[in-house]
Design a protein around this ligand. Structure first.
Ligand SMILES: Nc1ncnc2c1ncn2[C@@H]1O[C@H](COP(=O)(O)OP(=O)(O)OP(=O)(O)O)[C@@H](O)[C@H]1O
Ligand SMILES: O=P(O)(O)OC[C@H]1O[C@H](OP(=O)(O)OP(=O)(O)O)[C@H](O)[C@@H]1O
Ligand SMILES: [Mg+2]
Length: 298
């Protein structure tokens, strides 16, 4: 089977779908998503977007069915372990961790559980959707456990009497709290990532991947950066510049009507928090503007 269009697998419907689409659109790809369709054609580049369950994305990449995939590292690592155990191909290249889908895979126990460290889990039954990651973590620490494999609603398992504890994804912790559970052990920290198949690409496809990755790097860098403008008394110039996070080589401009002040324009590699804004004001800075950056190159 040959296909000259680059194929990217993204989650069809779920936590990563909107952000994956947004990232690709920010990179200049033009497409209309119809959730019911497996394949969405990009209008202005030879790229097809495959919309699938997130669990299927690592396998599609590792089998070379798609060229790229956007998926959570938790799912990627779980599928890799599962395929290793089954002696299936599990090669891929992680091109870049992405700035969304941050979560932890954690062991959580009912509030009333008398937890005294990992040894308390010996021979307990733990409900999870991630049996391989859990097994690796506990085996490395010589803890035997019983597995209760669930594809959803893992957090209700202890109350339903199906398990003593759970191992599931946690972000704000609201789901755990709502189910009377306490996070006791983080076993894996995750975020989404873009991965490439290890199956050899044509030169054209590789060139397109390189171009896309350069744009993705630019989009993420821009999202992490801010353009800052402010007026500063000349006497406090150095102190003020030192406060701007990650701002290299700011532009210093004279102000027409006030020789004691200058305007500072700077690109900062981080957001400027209120605390820093207040410190700037204390140093005499005024007219402080913090603006998002849409694109960045070079
Ligand atoms: N609460 C969260 N906060 C941030 N990221 C999360 C959170 N929950 C999950 N994720 C990330 O988003 C990915 C997709 O989560 P989602 O809940 O949509 O998966 P799913 O229900 O398995 O979807 P699918 O139907 O595609 O199988 C997870 O694998 C994880 O990487
Ligand atoms: O710590 P929190 O912020 O509460 O997030 C954790 C929850 O988020 C995920 O589920 P999601 O809401 O994506 O729904 P799903 O279980 O139907 O996939 C995950 O499976 C947890 O249940
Ligand atoms: Mg899934």
């Amino acid at each position: 089977m040959t296909n000259n269009r680059l194929r990217i697998a993204v989650q069809k419907s779920g936590r990563l779908s909107k952000e994956s689409h947004l990232l690709l659109r920010r990179c200049g790809l033009k497409f209309n998503v119809d959730e019911r369709r497996l394949i969405t054609r990009v209008d202005n580049l030879p790229i097809d977007i495959l919309q699938v369950r997130d669990d299927d994305i690592p396998g599609l990449v590792m089998d070379g069915v798609v060229d790229l995939g956007i998926v959570g590292e938790n799912v990627l690592e779980e599928v890799e372990l599962e395929r290793q155990a089954a002696n299936k191909a599990c090669q891929y290249q992680k091109l870049k961790p992405l700035d969304f889908g941050r979560c932890k895979l954690s062991i959580a126990l009912p509030e009333e559980f008398d937890y005294q460290g990992l040894a308390s889990l010996q021979n307990k039954r733990i409900a999870t959707t991630y049996p391989y990651l859990l097994k690796r973590y506990l085996q490395e620490r010589d803890i035997e456990f019983q597995e209760c494999l669930l594809k959803g609603s893992v957090e209700v398992a202890p109350r339903a009497g199906l398990a003593d504890g759970i191992c599931d994804l946690v972000s704000t912790g609201a789901t755990l709290e709502a189910n009377g559970l306490v996070e006791t052990q983080v076993i894996f920290e995750s975020q989404s990532a873009i991965v490439q198949s290890a199956v050899t690409q044509s030169d054209e496809k590789q060139a397109l991947i390189d171009k896309l990755m350069s744009r993705i790097n630019g989009v993420i860098k821009a999202r992490e950066s801010k353009y800052i403008m402010l007026h500063a008394p000349k006497s406090q110039l150095n102190a003020i510049v030192d406060l701007l996070p990650g701002a290299e080589n700011p532009t210093i401009l004279p102000l027409n009507d006030d020789p004691s002040k200058v305007a500072i324009h700077a690109v900062s590699s981080e957001d400027l928090f209120w605390d820093t804004m207040e410190e700037l004001r204390e140093l005499g800075a005024s007219s402080v503007l913090v603006m998002p950056i849409e694109k960045m190159l070079g």
